[in-house]
Design a binder for this molecule. Sequence first.
Ligand SMILES: [Zn+2]
Length: 336
Amino acid sequence: MEFEFHRGAVHLPSLGLWLDAHKPIGPAEAVFVSHAHSDHIAGHAEVFLTPATRDLMRARVSGERIEHVLEFGRRVDLSDAGFKVRRPAHLTLLPAGHVLGSAMSLVETDAGSLLYTGDFKLQAGRSAEVCEPRHADVLVMETTFGRPKYAFPPLSEVAAQVVTWCRATLAEGAVPLLLAYSLGKSQEILPSLTEAGFRVMLSQPTAKMTRIYARFGRDLGAWEEWDVERAAGAVVLAPPGAKLNALKAAVGGKVRTAVLTGWAIDSSCRYRYQADAAFPLSDHADFPDLLEFVKRVAPKRVFTLHGYATEFATKLREQGIEAWALGEENQLTLKL
Ligand SMILES: [Zn+2]
């Protein structure tokens, strides 16, 4: 079976299926949406996704669409699903461990199998499902942190550092403001903050996402709605780039910021985010886990995508694994 890499996404023409297209795909074909981060969702006409990604996507993308909602591990025959496939194929969604509901897609045909990761994290976190790698002939994987220097400390260690920093900031009479994505990173740090006894205030977009986590049984502790008048003495969570002038004005400018991102491994990170501190809390696999993931999938061929895709593919080839980087620009037709 042929598949293409086109418009920055994997396309399976004989199945009429796209994997994570970031531009809207017309009504003729369907799209597997791996998770609800904004660079992975668009106004598609027909989608395959998990229940949590459906709810998170509905909260972020307006309009109607045909939704094929698949529980993790349920293997569906695409022709049974009333789907116009030109050859027999099965689709299974597996937990990716990146954010709530994030999925990898396993496509199995008589020509072989393909596992597409979307964004994933191997280390078990506190708010997303635990990643479940599975064998496939061809692996298409994200390699955001595909350089050896990106080796993250255990999540518990990073969370403890964040708690210590918040405590010290509050002791100085300032408001600790944690800059973290509204979906994923915020919910990952939230239980550590509530367990440490902090009063935690969430920005509006973060609160909106956190309510959906609660609907899916994720108890992340008690938190408060955004209200700058009550911010003094609280730990505040908001996405990077949020306009926080009102917060700063309400607390007399006494705000200290820390960004939570895997890029904190780079010493320039806190300058890039104009933050006072940076902690390497990531929802992606680090370099050792990217290698470990390939080992567990044991594919015949690997295609890498995002971040250090070329370097990581070279690394795999050095280890005797056939691997190629998929660039954002090129259009390729490949064989399964
Ligand atoms: Zn993502």
